[in-house]
Design a protein around this ligand. Sequence first.
Ligand code: C2E
Ligand code: CA
Ligand code: CA
Length: 876
Amino acid sequence: MPDARLGLVQNAPATAPQGAASNGIRHRDGWDGSAGSAPESADAPERLALLSGLAGVATWELTTPGPGLVWHSRFESLVRNPPAGARYRVPPGPEGRPVALEDLGDVLLAPIVETVRAGVVWDNYELIQEMEEPGGVVHRILVRATLLPEAKGFFGIMADVSDPGSVPWVTADVGERLELLVEHSPDGIIVHQEGIIVYANPAALHFAGLNVLTEALGKPMTLFISPTDIGPIVARLNQLNEPGDAVKGAEVTMVHPDGVKFVVEIVSVRTTWGGKPAYQVILRDVSERKRAEEEAQARAAIERRYAAAVAALEEGVIVIARDGAVTASNESAVRILGSRLDGGRGDAIFTGGGPAQKNDTSPFPPADLPLAVALSRHEGTTDVVIGVRDENGKEQWLSVSSRPIDDAEDSAAGAVVCSVSDITERKLLLDRLAWEARNDPLTSLANRSGFLAAVEGALKVSDSERDGLVMFFFDLDRFKLVNDSLGHAVGDEVLRAVAQRLRTAMPRAVSLSRLHGDEFAALEVGVPDTDAALHRAEELRSILSRPVQLSTGRTLTVTPSIGLVRLADVGREASEVLQDADMAMLQAKTRGRGRVAIFDAGLREEVGSRLELEHDLRAAVENGELRLEYQPLASLANGRVLGLEALVRWEHPRRGLLLPGRFVGLAEESELIIALGQWVLEAGCAQMARWRAMYPEANDSFLAVNVSPRQFDGSQLLPAVRGALEKSGLPPGALMLEITESGIVSDDVRLHGLLNELREFGIRLAIDDFGTGYSSLSYLKRLPVSYLKIDRSFVMGLGTDTEDERIVAAITDLGHGLGLRVIAEGVENRQQRHVARQLGCDLYQGYLLAEPRRPRDIPPFWRPRHQPTGSAADRN
Ligand code: C2E
Ligand code: CA
Ligand code: CA
C-alpha cells in the first residue's frame, strides 16, 4: 500500500526551516499573509473568523521557526452550549487527560506542534484526534494543516468530523476509509525510514505499550523489535529492492512493558513514504495461534504416547460402536479374541456367538453380557467373568470390563470401550484351589471342610428326614504300617481303592470324604433305625475288608474300624456330629480292630477317660505301676512246661488293675509303646534269669514276650533285645518274641530283615493270633519264624465246631509243612486240649493249664504235676 494515507497525510516533505529563533506564539497580527491563499486586507483576520464560523471550523496558524500558535477562531467556538467548567478527555477513556474547554484546541493540536518542534516539517498534515465530552460522547476532530509559502509556518483548520455530514467539505473519501481501516487494524502497522519510525497505528503503539503516536514518532524501530531480532530482519530487508517487495513473515518475541511476552509475526514491505524509501512493517500478534498450535502439538504427542501405551497393554482394548461393530482394537485384543474381533458384533466379539458361562459355570443370560448392559442400560461393568469357547473350541475364560463413552460430538464413533483379559489359566488355578479347599486331591472325595459343609446343609432338613441320616466314620487299621513298610505310593493306592469302594458301596451318600490320613467319613440317608445302621456298618466293614489288588499285582488287606452315629440321636452342629462319629470309631478300635461301634451318650465320657488314661500311662512306667504276669505253655505230648508268656498288667492308682486290652492299644497309638515294650523285655528277662538261677528245671524254659508291630518301626528293637539279654545274662535262646499276624504286612522288606537279624542272634520267633490276619502263606514260608500260635477263636470251637477243627487241622499241617511248631492258645477245657493234641498241635496254653499268674505263683510249674495223657513221644 505505497499510497495509503496513514493518519498523517503528507506529500513531499519540506525542508525544515533552519536558524529561526522565535519561541513565542505569534498572534494574528504577526502573520504577514504573503501566501496567495491567505487573506491580505487588514480585516482579513475578522473575515477569516467569520469564514471559519460559516465553515464550522476553527482556524489557526503556526509560525516557524520557534512555533508560535495563533488561533483565528478558537476551537471552543465549535462547541455549542458548553456546560460551565466542563472537562473533556483527550484521548477518550479513563486514561485521558481532563482538559478545560479553553485549552482543548491547544491540546488537540499538540502532536503537530510537537512534530514541528522536533524539526519534522511536511507540506501537509492531517490528523484525526479524539476527545470525550463530559457525557461520554466521543468526538473525532480533524486537524489539517498546510505549509505556508517559504515555509514560514503552517495554516490549519480544525473541525469536528464525528458526523461527516455536518461538515460538507469533509467527505469520507477512499483515503479516509483506508485510513480508518489502518487505524482500526488489529495488526500493528509501522512505517520507518532507515529504522526511524515515521508512522505507527494504534495497534502497533499498543504492542509497544504506548498510548499516543507522538511517543513513537522519530524513535528507532527498537521500540518495537528487540535489538537481537533486528539483525536478521535487516538482512532480510536488504533483499527487498523494489517497492512492493515483501519478506515472508518472521516471528519475534516481544515483551510488553508489563512483562507479558507475546509472539509477533513480522512482515516487511518495501514502500515509499513522502517520496523517500521506507519500509512498512506489519506486526501480527500470533501468540494465540502459537499457543493453539503448541497445544495441538502437545495433544498430538499425548495421543501418540497414549496410543503406544494402549498398543503395548497386556489387556485387550476394544472400542465398539453403538451398532456393535468394532471400531478400534489393540494387539492384545487380537491375540485374545482372534477372528471373533473381525467377524463378531456386540457380545459375539467375546463369545463367538456361542453359549457363555458365568464364573460358577451356570449359563450366562445374553442380556447380562457386558456389551448388552453397556449399550442398553448405558452402564459400565467391571471384571465380568465369561466362560467361552475360543476359535479352536477350547475353553477360555475372559474378564471383561466395559464403559460407555459419552461423546457428544460423535456418538456413533465410540459407544463403548471394553478391556478384556484372558484369565483362563488363572481361573482354572483358582477353581482348582477352590476345589482343593473342599476336596481331597488324592481320592477326589470331599475333605474335612467340604464334608462338614455338606453335613451342615443336610442338617437343615426337617426332623423326620434327619431321622434317616447316619454318619459313618472309618479308620483303617494299622494303615501306618502299610505306609511305613510298603511306601507311600502303595499307601496312596490303598487309600484310592478304599475311596472307590466307598463310592460304589454308598451311592446314596450325601457326602463322602477322606477327612485326614486313613480316616474316611460318609453321610448316608434313608437308614430307618439303629439296627439298620449297624447292619449297614457291618456290610461296609466287610466290603472294605476285601483284599485290595495293587498295581504290582499283589493283594493287600486293610480292615476298617467303623464308628457311626444316627443324626436322630444327636442334633447339633456338623462338627459335633463328626466328633461323635469319631468317638464311636475309637470305641470300635478299643474293642479290637475291624469292629463297628455306634455312638451313645456314655461314649463321650469314655473317650474323655481314655484321654486321661493315655495321660496317666506316660507316668506309669516311671512310677513302677506296671508289672508282669506269666502264663505257662506246656507240651501237649507230656505236659511239661516249656515256656512262660509275659503279660503286662497296670496297677492304676485310681482305677485298679488294668488288663492290656485297656491300655496297650493306647500305647500303640503313641510312642509310649516303645518304652512300655522295653520295660516288659527287661523286666521279663530279669525275672526269667532269676528263675533259671534258682530252679535248674527252668533252664529249658523260654520266656515269650509280646512285641507290638510299632516296635518294629524304628531301629530300637534289636538294641533293646540285646540290652535286656545282656543286663539279665539270659542267653538269646531263652527269649521268644511274639508278633501278631495282623501286624505283619506281606513283602515288608524291613521287617523281614529285622526278623532275620533277631533269628541269627538266636532269638525264637512266633506268629501270634494266627488265622486273624491275611498274610500270604507263601510269604510266611520265607519268614524266619519257628512257632505258630493258633488264635483262641479257632481253638474255642475244638470238639464242638467242625469248621474250626478243620481250620486248626489245616494250620497245623501247614505249620508242620513249613517246619514250625504249632501252639494252641486259649485252651480252657480238656476236650479242646484233646482235640488239639489229636490234630497234631505241639504245645498248648490256656486257663486249663493256668491263668496268667504273678511271679511268686510260677515256681510250682518247674516240678511237673501233669501226667502225659496222649502220645508218649515228646516232640519238644
Ligand atoms: P495274647 O498275646 O493273645 O495273650 C493271651 C491273652 O489271652 C491274655 O490276655 C491272656 O490272659 C488270655 N488268655 C490266656 N488263656 C486264656 C484262655 O484260656 N481263655 C481266655 N479267654 N483267655 C485266655 P491279656 O493278658 O489280657 O492280654 C491281651 C493281649 O494283650 C495279649 O494277647 C497281647 O496281644 C497283649 N499283650 C499282653 N501283654 C503285652 C505286652 O507286654 N506287650 C504287648 N505288646 N502286648 C501285650
Ligand atoms: Ca501273645
Ligand atoms: Ca494270642
